[in-house]
Design a protein around this ligand. Structure first.
Ligand SMILES: Nc1ncnc2c1ncn2[C@@H]1O[C@H](COP(=O)(O)OP(=O)(O)OP(=O)(O)O)[C@@H](O)[C@H]1O
Ligand SMILES: [Mg+2]
Length: 286
């Protein structure tokens, strides 16, 4: 396993391989639409020909499999508790996206032990060479593993709604990230906005506060409307992106993904590094 990783690393430095861009979808307050955003964004990327893996990292309370109406027998908890290898917990969803379920129905939050972390790092490193994008859907809980993934990814999508409680929690979350001196790029999305203007104003206020108080530039990706198609899609256990391709929410999501892909930083960043794994390893070994 280790030799394999070493070989891959060599290929990577020769430019013979590329490494996935890693993205964590986070919020301060829970229930703002992270999981729906993650799965539908993954589908949009896949439709553009990208190889995408969705990693449901809401361990013990995951719902990505529910949102796509799939039943996954093996989850990340099987990996942690029963030593099942990663290739048996990766499933294929619509548009050939891959996903790893977080499992649900646990009474306690699973914390990763040292051995599981080592195994996770080795598996994640290999996955990086197989995909263009790895999206982590982060739960509302702040376990150590959650925070470490969040601080290691290349990009963070912060979801808020126009509600003041959601905005202040999004700010606190970003403040935490910035104070950890982590170098990720922060992108803002306002979900469930009744009016586009209100959403933009929310994001601009957050952007300004980040600059003024933390001297951190964050980028606005866009606003998603309050749209009854989301609830309908959730109830029908199909993503809105595939079920309602002409809905306002799908159109706006498409725009957000285009904006992200067109961002200078995204296209400029070299994909011939695996800094994600390096960062993650150093955080876990701290
Ligand atoms: N744009 C929207 N328009 C209407 N309803 C929405 C929208 N986005 C989310 N919702 C509603 O909010 C619910 C919660 O969404 P979701 O599960 O994606 O949130 P979450 O942030 O992942 O929650 P958690 O923090 O618990 O993981 C959805 O089931 C849906 O009913
Ligand atoms: Mg969720």
């Amino acid at each position: 396993m280790r030799d394999q990783a070493e070989k891959l690393r060599k290929k990577l430095s020769n430019g013979a391989l590329h490494s996935a861009k890693t993205i964590a979808v986070v919020s301060g307050k829970g229930g703002v639409g992270k999981s729906n955003f993650t799965i539908n964004t993954a589908l949009s990327l896949a439709k553009k020909g990208k190889k995408v893996l969705v990693f449901d990292f809401d361990i013990g309370m995951g719902n990505i499999n529910v949102l796509i109406g799939a039943d996954s027998k093996h989850t990340i908890s099987n990996f942690i508790e029963k030593n099942i290898p990663f290739n048996e917990i990766i499933y294929t969803g619509p548009y050939q996206i891959s996903y790893i379920s977080a499992g649900n129905g646990f009474s306690k939050v699973l914390e990763l032990d040292k051995i599981s972390i080592q195994r996770l790092l080795i598996e994640l490193e290999e996955l990086q060479y197989l995909y263009d994008y790895i999206l982590f859907d982060m739960g509302a809980g702040a376990t150590n593993a959650n925070l470490q993934i969040m601080l290691s990814v290349d990009d963070i999508f912060v979801i808020t709604t126009p509600e003041p409680t959601s905005i202040t929690d999004a700010y606190s979350m970003m403040k935490y990230i910035v104070l950890q001196e982590s170098n990720n790029h922060l992108y803002l999305i306002c979900n469930r906005s009744e009016r586009e203007k209100e959403g933009i104003a929310t994001l601009e206020r957050l952007q300004l506060a980040m600059k003024k108080f933390l001297n951190k530039n964050v980028q606005i990706l866009g606003v998603l409307p309050e749209d009854s198609h989301v609830r309908k899609a959730v109830i029908g256990q199909t993503p809105f992106y595939t079920e309602f391709p002409r809905s306002l929410i799908t159109t706006k999501l498409e725009k957000i993904v285009q904006t992200y892909l067109g961002d200078e930083h995204v296209s400029r960043q070299s994909s011939h590094t695996n800094s994600f794994i390096r960062r993650l390893r150093s955080l876990f070994e701290r």
